[in-house]
Design a protein around this ligand. Sequence first.
Ligand SMILES: NC(=[NH2+])NCCC[C@H](N)C(=O)O
Length: 348
Amino acid sequence: VLVGHPFDTVKVHLQTDDPKNPKYKGTLHCMKTILLVDNVRGLYRGISSPMMGIGLVNAIVFGVYGNVQKLSENPNSLMTHFNAGVIAGIAQSFICAPMELAKTRLQLSNHIDGQHKFKGPIDCLLYIQRTEGIRGTFKGLLATVLRDIPGFSSYFVSYEFLMQLQEKPSVPYVLMAGGCAGMSSWLACYPIDVVKTHMQSDALGNQAKYNGFMDCAIKNYKKEGIPFFYRGLNSTLIRAFPMNAACFFVVAWVLEFCKKNGIDMIESPNQNLNVVNLDNWSHAYIQNDFGKDDELVRKIISESELEPRESSHESLNGSFLDNYHIDKMYDSKIQNSQLNMNNTSNQS
Ligand SMILES: NC(=[NH2+])NCCC[C@H](N)C(=O)O
């Protein structure tokens, strides 16, 4: 947020600039102008809002996403990541919309003439609640939902797509994948974000310019055409890379840390070791989150004296093994009862 917020402020100023009488000639000019007129604090106006809210928003995003993914039929497919992203996007909107409403109002507070000065995001939201009621504090909620459905589905699909290309992704690779996921997610939803900013910076009550999301989009389209929907995009893409590189890197690092320390953050139905008896053989199949022999799986294998065999599930033509979660097959010459497996469940 510290690195990204100035670019977010530039975005909001460019999005709300007057096309008939523009103040700014472009991304750099906008940044310079804000610095000249309002100093560094101009670029950091409204930062308290994401500072307070982004932790909660990301907890909802990654919590909902992770759980939906684990509970689904096929946790590693891109379709699953898409669906989990959609649901996570909707879920976070209820916190994200008021957070961004306060952020937007604060970012423009030196800009909109005669606007009430706020002490911070809570003060801003309380003021809106007093003057406009609780509905006022959720201004832009529909636009946020409409933005974040494509926003978060493309976010997770592009991240997972890039991560699945690598067997063991390096740190720079994870950073790159996160940065690219952020950029592609903003590309996917940017026009809706422009409309959202206009809804949220619109005047209150009967001085309001817009009568809803579509009205706002249509009015501005008639005034300015397609370019309206892409104002501020450069600044947004610059911000998105470091912001989301850091975000995904921290998520991956924390999950890895928890796993190493036996904190079961990723307890999931797809990390089971299942043992089935076929004639005199015990066949064990591992359902592993990432489709790889990761540490936990290797530990289970070594503890259970299972011998990995080359063949994978193609060789198993029994219907009850017809399970697309199977990543690798392991055979054991010993009986089920001798298999001693911790960290496992669903033994049958
Ligand atoms: N358009 C979106 N909401 N995309 C998801 C990215 C969210 C991320 N916190 C960001 O602000 O960059």
